[in-house]
Design a binder for this molecule. Sequence first.
Ligand code: SF4
Length: 353
Amino acid sequence: MSQHLFTKSSPEHQGLFGLFPEEISEKFSPSTPFRGKQVFDWLLKGVETFDAMLNVPKQMRQEMSDSSDGTPFSSFLVNQQQDDDGTVKLLIRLNDGLYIECVLLTDEEDRKTACLSTQVGCAMGCTFCRTAEMGFQRNLTASEIIEQFFYLSRITGKPSHIVYMGMGEPLANIGEVIRSIELFHYPKGFNISARKITVSTCGLTDGIKTLAQDLNIPVKLAVSLTSADNEQRTRLMPINKRYPLPALHRTLKSYCIETGKRITLEYVLIGGENDSETAGRALAEFARDLNAVINVIPWNPGAGNGTQFSEPSQQSISSFCSLLEKEGLRITRRYRRGRGINGACGQLAGNPD
Ligand code: SF4
């Protein structure tokens, strides 16, 4: 587990995109606070050079340039791929030479969702996930998280929704994730509504409580469950050893009651592993007293440990979903978007090759 868990984010180490207007002023122009807002507005337009910030004095532009290698962005876009279904995947190089990926999904209603990474690699070790194979390398800053959104906006127009579900476990980098959410939601910035922002976690109960207590923005919560059997879940998701199902269930129940919000339980459906009737009934039992919708995500080949797992058949997906519906649960099915470019759930790996 990351030692950075639950630390607060500080403006000290941020790239410009991770700063509020007043923080930009404090850093570069403390005697003229309005300059921070001017710079912030230029950043919002996605300008790629400091020279483009026409109403900002040359000296301030120079100071910002000197402190950030000459460009407002701390990362740069290396490659983009587009699947036949419209899914876009970007490869981004960070300033220390590491790589991350992010994805834009367009659904049937033409909603554009930016799927953002929060870490380089991941320490959680979920066996069905390709990112896990990288191990954990480092946390992203809020600026690096927000820059992904800019790159996606440039290619497809501004995404309407955000989901923290790319590479990494968002709640293991909660300080930077909270800062980035506050910036996305900031009324003088992107002004993205809380109900259009989802944080997806593998179930760090401490992080779920912190998110509910420390973030005053009622974002949506999604939890990757994938098994409602404690032994099987520990095998598929080793983090279950630290945060076992009974503790996760208690936390989610309190979360639903305290926030009055519905949560999403993500269930990666793996052929022959967790798609049986018994598994479906266990899931129904787990979810019965939660205010939850189940998102069934058919496992993607190319997502971790490919030799060990199988894709669920169409028939098994349908039977599993029917069983849940008969049990009275609300479900949604994730369609298999982005598979042609390894941009589907669990397939991100930040590989420049
Ligand atoms: S599924 Fe998410 S939490 Fe699990 S290893 Fe992959 S990126 Fe990490």
